[in-house]
Design a protein around this ligand. Structure first.
Ligand SMILES: [Zn+2]
Length: 601
């Protein structure tokens, strides 16, 4: 743990570089006051059970009360979580967070009656309720999200069995997690400095960025030796997971698992179909990029382990946090004075927890709730990547800010499907800004284009490849085909060949990649990275190259929260994600930038 010693202790981090959680609760006592209140309110939440059929007034009363408790619960939860994340070794906040998790579970149990009872109310009853008590209309969108599932809810007995068997249904995912995170043991490999390091997922990702092909090759081969050995077990865990989705989709009368998963987020399946179709029509662009990679790297053979190393060498530009804030503000000027004023608020009022300290949670995220600022956690390093992380997090935080300030509590959140669009639009605006700023500086342009092209490859192409695989295995299982390791290896290898083309040597090991991707246990989740990036490319382009009405439309999307279904919210911003055009446009931008990059060499 030599590295941990070099990091400051939490108490030694300059206050200006920490988030200000006193804006959530003045002190821990204030947290305790809310916490105790919620505990007491669990009893009346339970007691409201059975009241919804009594009349419109009862439905209003129950809804308002439960939402009020939920709102307070979110606030105590976020406070404890952020306190815990800033220093995970602090017993006090560990305990505080654990108490909140348990309180959230208790609240979930206390209000479990609500949805089933609401579903008992017929459409006719509901329209009468809205007439009897017009205040209920404010919650129509919330109710409709539950009614959406009406045709797919089973009898009480069956629902009870399904709920009770939740642990059993998720056993495939759980077994995979334990095997992959704990039991699998990886061999020792040599790193760039000639040091022996034990391979792990994290070390693997770093070694694949090495400038030395031998280091990359060794990491790749050693990693897959392990997955090769466990491929049949991993095929079994994945099969269990697929069967779980297919079984539930079938008994709940969905066409298939894809439709079941997407409709849970109110996304029509045409969005998924379009993505796979349009990406397949543009695979030649990925083939071109990969061939260019081979040329620039000057290797005799290009392998899958050669796709992550920088094409520009190690001279990544260094930006301090202060410089990055300045660049972000300049890049985001195009979003207009209102947006910029809130970004300044974020920077000036300590919404961001900047530096890495001992035992701080790794990575970066934006988090908060309706009654708090949208905070950002970072583990800052002076490089281009972190500049992008800052502007990405700022995109999420501005989305939260606008949603919270323009929607009532019940529609003040937003779905995963639209979330990554706000963050990646900012990234795309930054790319455009930097390309323009450095238009006479070829070295910087290469850096930025390399970053963009690799991001597009990893987000649009790679995630769609995953989405295609995910759909395939669900369909195969549904048609009765056993998902053996060999069957999945063969399919994955051919899919990989189709995506990356002839410039890449098709090493047998890459056929095993499916076996180590945790996202295949997420239930049709990854496609949203690809659709999100493509929508963001289009939106950023509209904002940068269009007139100011595009900014206004974009802000309307941020302000919409969850007040409408996700594809309708995005229509307000100017992208129709049920049509293929936004994808076409994203590829056109990719192609332009690929041309530009090619010319620089
Ligand atoms: Zn994000």
């Amino acid at each position: 743990m030599a590295k941990a010693k070099e990091l400051p202790l939490r108490k030694d981090v300059p206050v200006q570089l920490t988030w200000d959680l006193t804006t959530v609760y003045k002190n821990d006592d204030a947290f305790e006051t809310d916490f105790n209140e919620i505990e007491k309110e669990l009893v009346p939440v339970k007691k409201l059970a059975g009241s919804l059929s009594e009349g419109a007034g009862q439905l209003l009363k129950a809804t308002e009360f439960i939402l009020a408790v939920n709102r307070k619960l979110e606030k105590v939860y976020v406070y404890a979580q952020l306190k815990n994340d800033q220093d995970t070794s602090d017993d006090k906040y560990q305990a505080m967070f654990a108490r909140c998790e348990s309180l959230a579970a208790q609240f979930g149990a206390a209000m479990a009656w609500f949805d089933p009872e609401l579903l008992q109310l017929s459409e006719k009853t509901m329209s009468k309720y809205y007439q009897d008590e017009p205040k209920l209309k404010a919650f129509k969108r919330l109710f409709d999200q539950t009614f959406e599932k009406r045709d797919h809810i089973l009898g009480n007995d069956v629902e009870e069995v399904l709920a009770g068997a939740g642990d059993i249904f998720s056993s495939g995912e759980k077994t995979f997690g334990i095997l992959d995170n704990t039991d699998l043991s990886f061999p020792v490999v040599t790193d760039e400095n000639g040091k022996q390091v034990k391979l792990s997922q994290g070390v693997y990702a770093i070694l694949l960025e090495s400038a030395d092909q031998n280091i990359r090759k060794q990491a790749f081969e050693k990693l897959y030796e392990v997955y090769d050995q466990f491929q049949h077990t991993l095929a079994a865990t994945l099969t269990t997971n697929v069967k779980n989705h297919n079984f539930k989709a079938k008994i709940r009368k969905y066409h298939n698992a894809l439709q079941a998963a997407l409709s849970a987020n109110e996304v029509p399946t045409v969005v998924y179909d379009n993505l796979i179709k349009v990406v397949n029509e543009h695979l030649d662009l990925l083939h071109r990029y990969v061939a260019l990679r081979k040329k620039i790297l000057g290797v005799d053979e290009l392998h899958m382990y050669d796709l992550y190393t920088s094409l520009i060498g190690k001279k990544s530009p260094r930006y301090t946090f202060d410089q990055s804030k300045q660049i972000a503000l300049e890049a985001l000027q195009i979003m207009g004075p209102d947006y910029v004023s809130h970004v300044k608020e974020e920077f000036d009022n300590r919404w961001v927890d900047v530096v890495e300290n001992q035992f701080k949670r790794s990575g970066g995220y934006s988090s908060g709730t309706y009654d708090t600022n949208p905070f950002i956690l970072l583990n800052w390093k002076d490089n281009l990547d972190n500049l992008y992380t800052l502007i990405h997090g700022t995109g999420h935080s501005m989305h939260s800010y606008y949603a919270h300030h323009n929607q009532p509590y019940q529609t003040g959140d937003y779905s995963i499907f639209v979330a990554e669009i706000a963050s990646t639009t900012n990234e795309n605006i930054l790319t455009d800004y930097l390309l323009n700023k450095f238009k006479n500086n070829d070295e910087m342009k290469k850096q930025i284009l390399n970053y963009y092209l690799d991001g597009f490859k990893g987000t649009v192409f790679r995630q769609t490849q995953f989405a295609e695989f995910e759909q395939f295995i669900h369909e195969q299982d549904a048609s009765g085909r056993p998902l053996t390791a060999n069957f999945m290896n063969d399919y994955y290898l051919s899919l990989n060949q189709k995506y990356y083309g002839d410039a890449v040597v098709s090493d047998r090991q890459i056929g095993l990649e499916w076996s180590r991707i945790p996202h295949f246990y997420y239930n049709f989740y990854v496609y949203q990275y690809a659709t999100g990036f493509a929508a963001a490319s289009t939106l950023a382009d509209n904002i940068v190259n269009g007139d100011s009405s595009n900014v206004e439309k974009y802000l309307n999307y941020l302000k919409s929260g969850s007040s409408d279904i996700p594809t309708n919210v995005m229509k307000k911003a100017g992208v129709d994600m049920t049509k293929p055009e936004y994808l076409e446009k994203a590829f056109a931008i990719f192609e332009n930038r690929l041309d530009e990059f090619e010319k620089l060499f």
